[in-house]
Unconditional design. Structure first.
Length: 412
């Protein structure tokens, strides 16, 4: 990757994968917000150089600017990960595509995630949530993440994709490996590459078999719809269908797990805001937006310049890489008053960038919002004395995504 010549470093070399960022990245974000755009290199991959952006204005502008794209990340994935099932799958994820391919593939799947379509899932999501809490009702404590926050979106996306009930416990390790794979686009850790390839191969093989069954026995599920989906005479190829299934399964639950887990922890750490929400459950919609802002499930993302151009007095050359600190943008005091304070009534909470912006705005955002609203509201209603038992919650070893590995909570 190249770097624009007129960009001057304003901070020392950064370790974007410092272990302390897993526990609490927000002090570092405050430093980056003060520093402004900052050049970086990656010791793990010396050829990768870029610029770090942290302000809400900069991050939003770049996310919306179509001159910054994602196509080049597919080539970067092959360089970082080598040839294999993981880079092959990434190459067909519309998450890593620019128009026209991105437009075509997104158009074929987006109808399943419109607000109206998603709202029809409300009774099914509520039933899943109630059943999961019933399973824990006789226990004095339980792991909020693995017994609840993880299970809610996994069961919902499995139901949407038509995954049989008996298969729904197979995906945990595969999903965790794919989450680490996003970090590995810049870490290039050999162990993570091996695990990521195994996960991509396992998921692809699983959906290949499930697709074969659905071709002969279509159902009312999203997978059957994707097989039949057609837009302007175009259909998904077999490879595109497989990759899209893997993407939808992964993205359909991975960030929502973190939203529910991070959100409940934030509320339990802020009893005043928790009481406001308990006293007025109608605040749950805005509260979820504030939880997305306060501790975003997605902490960083990247773009690559697709042409030479200037933006806000800064010159970019084709191939320049930018890393966008979403977690910092969501705590920018120029956008959010007292950004480090949780406020479930914050009027502009919905201006967060946790679902990105522009053409790559998260297609599953309506589903994630609804799942979190139902999961958190129901939990607070059924557990009025819920409390955290872990003094030091355990965070996952991922940097692009931020979430708890486990969180033991007690009903009383």
């Amino acid at each position: 990757m190249t770097l624009s010549e007129n960009v001057e470093p304003v901070a020392p070399v950064l370790d974007l994968f410092a272990p302390e960022l897993l526990i609490d990245p927000y002090p570092w974000y405050r430093e980056m917000l003060r520093a402004g755009p900052t050049d970086y290199t990656l010791p793990q991959m010396p050829h990768v150089r870029g610029t770090l952006f942290s302000s809400h204005a900069d991050v939003q502008a770049i996310l919306r600017d179509t001159r910054f794209g994602r196509d080049a990340f597919r080539e970067a994935a092959t360089k970082a990960l080598g040839e294999g099932p993981l880079s092959d799958s990434y190459a067909l994820w519309f998450l890593f595509m620019d128009p026209p391919n991105h437009t075509r593939l997104r158009g074929l799947v987006s109808k399943a995630f419109t607000p109206r379509t998603v709202d029809q899932l409300r009774p099914a999501i509520a039933a899943v949530v109630e059943e999961l809490l019933d399973r824990q009702a006789d226990r004095p404590s339980f792991d909020l993440v693995n017994a609840y926050a993880y299970q809610v979106p996994v069961l919902v996306i499995c139901d949407l994709l038509g995954v049989p009930t008996e298969d729904r416990g197979r995906f945990g390790a595969w999903s965790a490996a794919l989450a680490r794979g996003l970090d590995n686009l810049t870490l290039a850790d050999s162990e993570f590459i091996m695990q990521g390839n195994a996960a991509a191969a396992g998921l692809t093989d699983y959906f290949r078999q499930l697709i074969a069954r659905r071709r002969h026995q279509p159902g009312a599920d999203l997978l059957s719809g994707l097989i039949a989906a057609e837009q302007a005479g175009d259909r998904l190829s077999e490879d595109e269908l497989l990759a899209t299934c893997v993407l939808l399964f992964f993205a359909g639950h991975e960030t929502t797990v973190n939203l529910i887990g991070n959100g409940v922890l934030a509320l339990l750490r802020h009893p005043g805001e928790l009481k406001r929400l308990r006293d007025d459950p109608s605040l749950i919609g805005n509260a979820v937006e504030e939880l997305l802002r306060y501790d975003s499930p997605v902490q960083r993302t990247g773009r690559i310049a697709t042409e030479d151009f200037s933006l806000r007095g800064r010159a970019y050359k084709k191939g320049d890489r930018v890393t966008l600190l979403v977690g910092a943008a969501n705590r920018d005091p120029r956008q959010f008053t007292e950004p480090d304070r949780l406020d479930v009534k914050r009027e502009n909470a919905g201006q967060h960038l946790s679902f990105a912006a522009g053409i790559h705005y998260c297609v599953g955002a309506p589903l994630a919002r609804l799942e979190a609203q139902i999961a958190i509201a129901t939990l607070l209603k059924r557990a009025p004395a819920l409390r955290v038992l872990d003094d030091k919650p355990k965070w996952r070893s991922t940097f692009v995504l931020r979430g708890l590995r486990s969180l033991e909570v007690a009903w009383q």
